[in-house]
Design a protein around this ligand. Structure first.
Ligand code: HEM
Length: 215
């Protein structure tokens, strides 16, 4: 049991959340004005991040700090791979360049998996609770902007119907509060989550500055 980790993470990152949702490509994405090439590059970057995070969480599934957070229903990398194949073509998707900030993020996660696996909990928080929250609005925006009426191309955002999404988010927050951490452990996770938001800002800014490529 820890001292309200879910709330501590929220309080410790909310200002950064505001910065992040306004950074780089995000405003254009929210307005439905992000060119599809940049949307694909964003999803490619996230695929690299999840492809580092999820095997690391699986590898350390028995770790006392990670075991409660290892929920297969949350896994996103296969859905992202399917979306990329749909959006960009099955053969080319694997060869799409990964944005440098996403590569650096994936490297960082690999390093944590080797040296400091408990810190991965912060990244599970930032990504999965983000996907279960604002990500749900992004799904509708992407469907409309890129004319993706069915599930194809937006499976990444799909965790099931709203009640299921709410259940997963609540379950994840409750799991955070059961993690066996002392105050120093809580502070380390808040600091790691803050780094994760900063790395998202770097990714969104990189994509904003990149030339527009066609899908
Ligand atoms: C693009 C725009 C985004 C919008 C519109 C958005 C919106 C939201 C909303 C409405 C919530 C729920 C707030 C609440 O429970 O009161 C939320 C939560 C959250 N978002 Fe975002 N978000 C965006 C981007 C992001 C990004 C890029 C990340 C990750 C880097 C992220 C991570 C999170 C996290 C971790 C939470 C859970 C906060 C908590 O309750 O602990 N969001 N977001």
């Amino acid at each position: 049991m820890n001292i309200g980790l879910a709330q501590r993470l929220r309080d410790g990152t909310w200002t950064l959340h505001t910065t992040t949702e306004r950074a780089g490509v995000m405003p254009a994405l929210l307005r439905g004005q992000l060119p599809i090439g940049k949307f694909i590059a964003l999803q490619r970057g996230l695929h690299a991040v999840y492809s580092a995070l999820e095997p690391a969480l699986a590898r350390h599934a028995a770790h006392p700090v990670l075991a409660p957070l290892h929920l297969p229903a949350l896994a996103r990398s296969a859905a992202l791979a399917a979306d990329l194949a749909h959006l960009h073509g099955p053969d080319e998707a694997a060869t799409l360049a990964v944005p440098a900030a996403a590569l650096a993020y994936a490297d960082h996660l690999g390093e944590l998996a080797r040296r400091q696996p408990a810190a991965l909990a912060a990244h599970a928080y930032v990504r999965y609770l983000g996907d279960l929250s604002g990500g749900q609005a992004l799904r509708r925006i992407a469907q409309k902007t890129y004319q993706l009426p069915g599930d194809d191309g937006t499976r990444f955002f799909d965790f099931g119907p709203p009640e299921q999404v709410a259940l997963l988010a609540r379950g994840f927050r409750q799991a955070l509060d059961t993690l066996p951490l002392d105050e120093a452990g809580v502070q380390a996770l808040v600091a790691e989550a803050q780094w994760a938001f900063g790395q998202h800002v770097r990714l969104f800014e990189e994509l904003d500055a990149a030339p527009v490529l066609s899908a």
